[in-house]
Ligand binder design. Structure first.
Ligand code: CP
Length: 354
């Protein structure tokens, strides 16, 4: 059973194939309009969403399938204390594939151990957002014609920004990738990401101002400072307006640079920038539907016909059961009775260094 919990669950070849399939879907929409007739997607959203949930829904409907699920965990039996593990063991009786967004980091990994059907991580806390990454990769490919030899500037909330973590992981597998990390000290990338980048020999530099990076980047990835992730309002207020992309700063950029943003935005990109043809963030939203169509179709194609009920929990290869307790209070292992698992020196659920 294949799941998409982390961008590295797909090989580079598979990512390239999914991007090619999304391009084919864009070019030949009618060809795919009934390919998943009779199949059901369950969207389990424990955290708010506009783009991800609706693009998953739209994607499944455009493939001829149907959609069940919830957009507010309070309306489900989660509000009675039902665990992620039990929830997905129930959902697999009703659906063929699950897209899950959860405020706890690692919740979709737990779901994948119990579901018996493919599970797609639609964003877990501050950790990872692989389908946004697939959206970003398709957009970069369509706009720049390649995923290789690109310098990408990541600006804003690099600490809690799950879309940033996933995109760096994915892009670092393509030749010639360079990262420029633009953030205040308080919002630097988490230690596990910096360690991974150092160990893999990735070329990156950290800067404090947008102006320092504007002239060198091929792609500028703006992010929102996420109020909901901060421990206190005071902490949030200190950094909330740290970067604003405006037309003056756009004038410093290359003529073929593109601006991406996973959205929603607050005030980090002024409305005037929307009129610049290099602002690709609304084109990026539409690509999200097509790449999710390609993903759902591929995961269901790869899934075995018969899904046994007695195989719980199924642990992914390479994970070790250990006695370390993850120190991250936002990790699913802090609230759900799961095996303590690690990959090397990291928690398998949230990647916090143990
Ligand atoms: N980019 C993204 O994840 O948006 P939503 O939170 O609206 O799904």
């Amino acid at each position: 059973m294949r799941h998409l919990i982390d961008p590295t669950d797909l090989t580079v070849r598979e990512i390239d194939e999914i991007i090619a399939l999304a391009e084919d879907i864009i070019a030949h929409r009618a060809k795919y309009s009934e390919v998943l007739k009779g199949k059901k997607l369950a969207t389990l959203f424990y955290e708010p969403s506009t783009r991800t949930r609706l693009s998953f829904t739209s994607a499944m409907l455009e493939l001829g399938g149907s959609v069940i699920g919830f957009s507010d965990a309070a309306s489900s039996s989660v509000s009675k204390g039902e665990t992620v593990a039990d929830t997905v063991r129930v959902i697999r009786c009703f659906a063929d594939i699950i897209a899950m967004r959860h405020f706890k980091e690692g919740a979709p990994l737990v779901a994948s151990q119990y579901a018996g059907i493919p599970v797609i991580n639609a964003g877990d806390g501050s950790h990872s957002h692989p389908t946004q990454t697939m959206t970003d990769l398709l957009t970069i490919h369509r706009e720049k014609g390649t995923l290789e030899h690109l310098t990408v500037g990541f600006c804003g909330d690099l600490k809690y920004g799950r879309t940033v973590h996933s995109l760096i992981k994915a892009m670092s597998r393509y030749a010639g990738f360079r990262a420029v990390l633009i953030s205040p000290d308080e919002l630097r990338l988490p230690p596990y990401m910096l360690e991974e980048m150092r160990e893999s020999g990735l070329e990156y530099r950290e800067v404090k101002s947008l102006e320092e990076a504007m002239g060198e980047v091929d792609v500028l990835y703006m992010t929102r400072v996420q109020k909901e992730r901060f421990a206190s309002e005071e902490e949030y207020n200190r950094v909330k307006d740290c970067y604003v992309l405006d037309t003056e700063k756009m004038a410093l950029a290359k003529p073929d640079m593109i601006v991406l943003h996973p959205l929603p935005r607050v005030n980090e990109i002024t409305r005037a920038v929307d009129n610049d043809p290099r602002a690709a963030y609304f084109r990026q939203v539409e690509n999200g539907k097509f790449v999710r169509m390609a993903l759902i179709y591929s995961l269901l194609k790869w899934a075995p016909e018969n899904r046994p009920f007695d195989q719980t929990p199924v642990l992914a290869e390479g994970l070790e059961v250990n006695k370390h307790t993850c120190p991250n209070p936002h990790c699913i292992s802090s609230t759900e009775d799961v095996e303590q698992l690690s990959i090397g020196n990291r928690c398998a659920y949230c990647e916090t260094l143990l």
